[in-house]
Structure formats: structure tokens, C-alpha cells
Design a protein around this ligand. Structure first.
Ligand SMILES: Cc1ncc(COP(=O)(O)O)c(C=O)c1O
Length: 420
């Protein structure tokens, strides 16, 4: 039997309150500024504000920038922040010290990693990915191949055809480990192994993995990876992203964004670019110091627990959620999109309903914050650092009421803005 089928039976709110009492991780919630009256189920899009981040932003602005000004680059370790926080994220994903750097956005890092992979795998010219991958992954790959003309070509295939397309033309495979809509987990180790067997390097997008599921990039022999800082890492809106480059690839090629901070001697101010011999060559320009300091507060919250304990709680939360939704909301035509097998399901649970948008809007009026992904996906983030079992009960209770009362059908809940 897989972990999957062990879905708990329907439970009462009282039982779940007790489960919260018994939860060894319950104290972690106190580190967060939880907005009252909200049932927050969107930490897979934007994590909750850690108290420490508020205080740290104040310190960096008032004391470090305000009082020490430019001396803070050295005295307050600003210059080292991308590598320092990179190493802390690296510890969460099984990277060695010096293999992860905080920099830029995930999209920009995808560009850098794809270009690095192409240079590390000369003689091949195809970037392969799957349909339905997160759009920015596909767009960046398209931009790179449009720029490179005949030298690089992009290929998008159906998810179940990726392996058979690993030909000797393919230089790099670009995949996301946890799918942004369904939460489906890809087998990173096996896919990377098969890619390597075919001579293909792999860039993994870990945006929905890091801080959500245990990841071990080196055990999976990952070549390159990227990910977001603002989701499960609670780094704040637009937080800097991170990139991983396996040590064995750090010295190959010419960084495509060869900015001055990736130079081996940035303060030598030479006319000629010469890349740093380590992960620092993937830095481009001046790092966003205040944003990195805030991200660090989110990342530090993981040091008082481990990913296995968090994952166990996440599975318990999502299993209770699915069990309650099955019992109380399936009758209204709400269908589970994510896998029933917990081992295949990442940090969010998705359901579908033709009126999904209206349902999420009506639930929002009652304090449930999840999100909607067109055409019909209702997505709920599972974030064990601060979520409680009783919250899950209340969320399902509200969705049940929205459905029973037909609240989703109100006209104001069905005018979909262009950005939703
Ligand atoms: C899988 C994945 N990759 C990338 C991104 C976003 O990239 P960026 O931070 O550059 O906007 C997201 C955002 O939701 C995502 O889900």
C-alpha cells in the first residue's frame, strides 16, 4: 500500500484541534505575522511575513544603510549576502557549500542556467521541455533560441513523451519538479539519470519544491536548478531567486550575463571580462541587499526543523483536506486534480470545477485565500510551518457553505480581471 491510500476518515473540528495541540511543529507558527480572520492557503504563491523580517528590514535600512552607508558592503557583509543566503538554501536542497547563489529572478536565472547548460554540452543544439510547464520556463527557452538563431532550437513535447525525445540532438532538458497547477512531483532522480544516459544535461525548476518537499540535488546528480524565494521560503513579494550549479559545471563556458560582479576580480575594474572560478560567476549586477536580508529571515525559519518533519505534516494536512473535501464537497461536482497518492503530490492541492473562479471569489469573501488557475483549477497551498489542522477544517466548511448557498453564482464573483 502506498502512503496514498491511507487517507484519514472524516474528522471533526474537535479532533483536529487536538491534533494541533499534539503537533510537535505547532510553535513554528508563532514566528509568523498571521493576519487575523484569514485562512491562508496561498503560501505556494506568496509566503506569510515572518516577524523577524519586519525587524530585519528596519535594521538594514536604519542601521546598516542609514548609519554605515557604503561601508556596509564590507562591515555588514552585504557583498557576501548572495553566497551566504545561497548556502543556507543549498542546505535545504542537498547542495554543497558554494553551489547555490541568491540572485535575480527565477526567469533570469533560467536564462543563465540554460545558456550554461548549452555551453557545457557542445555539439548539441536542442532545449527540450514539456507542454504545460510554467510559462516563464517555456518563454525563456523560446527567447534564448530566437536570439541564437540556428544554433539553438526549442522543442516542447507532451509530458509523457519527454523521455522518448532524449535524442543525441538534445543538449538540455528543462523541467519543473513540482507542477504549478496539479502539484504532481516528477521523479527528479530517475529523469536526470535517463537524461544523462542520453548525454543530456538537465535544468530543474524547484520553485514549488524548495521549502515544501525534501530535495537532494546532489543525490539526484542534478546539473543546474533554479527556484523562487517568495513562495515556500517566505522571502516576501518579488524576493530574489536562487540558482544551483553543480560544482562540476562551474568552470565551463562564458556566463551569458557576464556582469561585473561575476568577474574574478570585480574591483580590479579591468576592460576584459574574466569569469570567477566559482558560483560567483553567475552573479551579474549589484545584489538587492534589503530583499536578500528579508529572504534570509524566511530561510532561517527552516533551521529549527527538518524537511522530513515538515513533509510529514504537509502530507497529513493535505490528506485531511482531501478526505474532508471528498466527504463534503464532491457532491457539488468539485473534482480532485492532484494525485491521491501523497508521495506524488507536492505542496499544494488542486481541485477543478467549471465555476472555480466564482467559488474562490466567494470563499475569499469569507476569509479563505487560495488561488485560481484558468480554466477551472482551484489551488490551495499546504504550508506546515504555519498552517493548522483546524484551519483545514474551516476552509472546507466555508467551501461547503459557498456551494450549499450557491454563493459562487453572484455576478460580482464572476467578473474575472485580466490578471487573475
Ligand atoms: C514553476 C515556476 N517557475 C517560475 C515562476 C516565476 O518566476 P519569476 O519569479 O521569475 O516570476 C513561478 C511562479 O509562480 C513558477 O511557479
Amino acid at each position: 500500500m502506498t502512503m496514498s491510500s491511507v487517507l484519514p476518515m472524516v474528522v471533526s473540528r474537535q479532533e483536529l484541534e487536538q491534533r494541533d495541540q499534539d503537533d510537535p511543529l505547532r510553535g513554528l507558527r508563532e514566528a509568523f505575522d498571521m493576519p487575523p480572520d484569514l485562512l491562508y492557503m496561498d503560501g505556494n504563491s506568496l509566503g506569510v511575513l515572518p516577524h523577524r523580517a519586519r525587524q530585519r528590514a528596519q535594521e538594514v535600512i536604519s542601521d546598516e544603510w542609514g548609519l554605515k552607508l557604503i561601508d556596509s558592503w564590507v562591515e555588514n557583509d552585504w557583498l557576501q549576502a548572495p553566497a551566504r543566503v545561497g548556502d543556507k538554501i543549498g542546505a535545504l536542497i542537498g547542495a554543497k557549500v558554494g553551489e547555490v547563489l541568491v540572485a535575480d529572478s527565477t526567469s533570469v536565472n533560467l536564462f543563465k542556467m540554460l545558456a550554461a547548460a548549452l555551453q557545457a554540452n557542445t555539439g548539441r543544439h536542442v532545449i527540450l521541455s514539456e507542454s504545460g510547464n510554467f510559462p516563464t520556463d517555456l518563454y525563456i527557452m523560446q527567447g534564448l533560441s530566437a536570439f541564437a538563431g540556428d544554433k539553438v532550437c526549442q522543442q516542447i513535447v507532451e509530458p509523457d513523451q519527454v523521455i522518448e525525445h532524449l535524442s543525441d540532438q538534445v543538449a538540455v532538458l528543462l523541467l519543473t519538479q513540482v507542477h504549478y497547477k496539479t502539484g504532481q512531483i516528477r521523479d527528479m532522480k530517475e529523469i536526470t539519470r535517463l537524461a544523462h544516459e542520453a548525454g543530456v544535461l538537465v535544468v530543474w525548476d524547484l520553485s514549488h519544491s524548495t521549502g515544501s518537499i525534501p530535495v537532494n540535488v546532489n543525490d539526484c546528480e542534478v546539473d543546474f536548478a533554479v527556484g523562487c524565494g517568495y513562495k515556500f521560503l517566505n522571502g516576501g513579494p518579488g524576493a530574489p531567486a536562487y540558482l544551483f550549479v553543480a560544482e562540476r559545471h562551474q568552470n565551463s563556458g562564458w556566463p551569458i550575463l557576464s556582469g561585473w560582479l561575476g568577474h574574478r576580480d570585480p574591483f580590479g575594474f579591468s576592460d576584459q571580462y574574466s569569469p570567477a572560478a566559482d558560483i560567483n560567476r553567475f552573479q551579474c549586477g549589484t545584489p538587492s541587499v534589503i530583499a536578500i536580508a528579508i529572504l534570509e529571515c524566511g530561510v532561517d525559519l527552516f533551521t529549527s526543523t527538518d524537511m522530513v518533519a515538515l513533509r510529514d505534516k504537509a502530507i497529513a494536512l493535505s490528506s485531511v483536506f482531501i478526505g474532508l473535501m471528498d466527504a463534503r464537497c464532491m457532491q457539488f461536482g468539485i473534482k480532485l486534480v492532484s494525485s491521491r497518492n501523497a508521495a506524488d503530490r507536492g505542496g499544494h492541492v488542486s481541485f477543478s470545477h467549471p465555476n472555480g473562479y466564482g467559488i474562490m471569489q466567494a470563499a475569499k469573501q469569507r476569509g479563505v485565500i487560495g488561488d485560481f488557475r484558468a480554466p477551472d483549477i482551484m489551488r490551495f497551498g499546504i504550508t506546515p510551518l504555519y498552517q493548522r489542522f483546524q484551519d483545514i477544517f474551516d476552509v472546507v466548511d466555508i467551501i461547503h457553505e459557498v456551494m450549499t448557498m450557491g454563493e459562487w453564482d453572484k455576478q460580482e464573483y464572476n467578473v474575472q480581471p485580466a490578471w487573475s
